[in-house]
Design a protein around this ligand. Structure first.
Ligand code: SF4
Length: 184
């Protein structure tokens, strides 16, 4: 029982946060940014068979100033890291980062000095997508999960509170190197 039951038909009730989240998730523009083999799968996701355009995302922007989603598709070399950071810094706010594939997420099988061991050393990552390479269906699934996160994103003071809570949780998390049985 709520106010919506008292209203005549033709009225729609929502919140500013809900409306802003819906508009943001429905108009994500990815930056054109492919680094290695994963980029081929990302390109396939934008082509006719998988049709990323269904989700309002057909426009991969060549300028970071017109993009708000960075899909890190492939391994990040140490030389590329500052370039990646510069592209991220030039993107419009609010912005999101998707680490596509095991290389972008953790360095993957390239456990060496030339490759950044996870792009979260360079930019904040919103969603990690495993696989080598992840199929276009997996990328679509990750994008839809990110859409759900964006839809729930709080605004104003609520957003600052959520950021503080996330930072606190990250500080309390067990570092991966201390997770017995996972790496040794
Ligand atoms: S995860 Fe696999 S497909 Fe993707 S960049 Fe690394 S090696 Fe290439």
């Amino acid at each position: 029982m709520g106010i919506e039951e008292k209203l005549p038909s033709g009225f729609l009730l929502t919140t500013v946060e809900g409306l802003a989240g819906w508009m943001r998730k429905s108009s994500l523009w990815p930056a054109t940014f492919g680094l290695a083999c994963c980029a081929i799968e990302m390109m396939a996701t934008g082509a006719g068979r998988y049709d990323l355009a269904r989700f309002g995302m057909e426009a991969f922007r060549a300028s970071p100033r017109q993009a708000d989603l960075m899909i890190v598709a492939g391994r990040v070399s140490q030389k590329m890291a500052p370039v990646l950071r510069q592209v991220y810094d030039q993107m419009a706010n609010p912005k999101w980062v998707l680490a596509m594939g095991v290389c972008a997420s953790s360095g993957g099988m390239f456990n060496n000095y030339a490759i950044v061991q996870g792009v979260d050393h360079v930019v904040p990552v919103d969603i990690y997508l495993p696989g080598c390479p992840p199929r276009p269906e997996m990328l679509l699934d990750a994008i839809l999960k990110l859409h759900a996160e964006i839809q729930r994103m709080p605004l104003g003071v609520d957003r600052e509170k959520a950021a503080r809570e996330a930072e606190e949780a990250a500080r309390k998390a067990v570092p991966t190197i201390e997770m017995k049985g996972l790496l040794r």
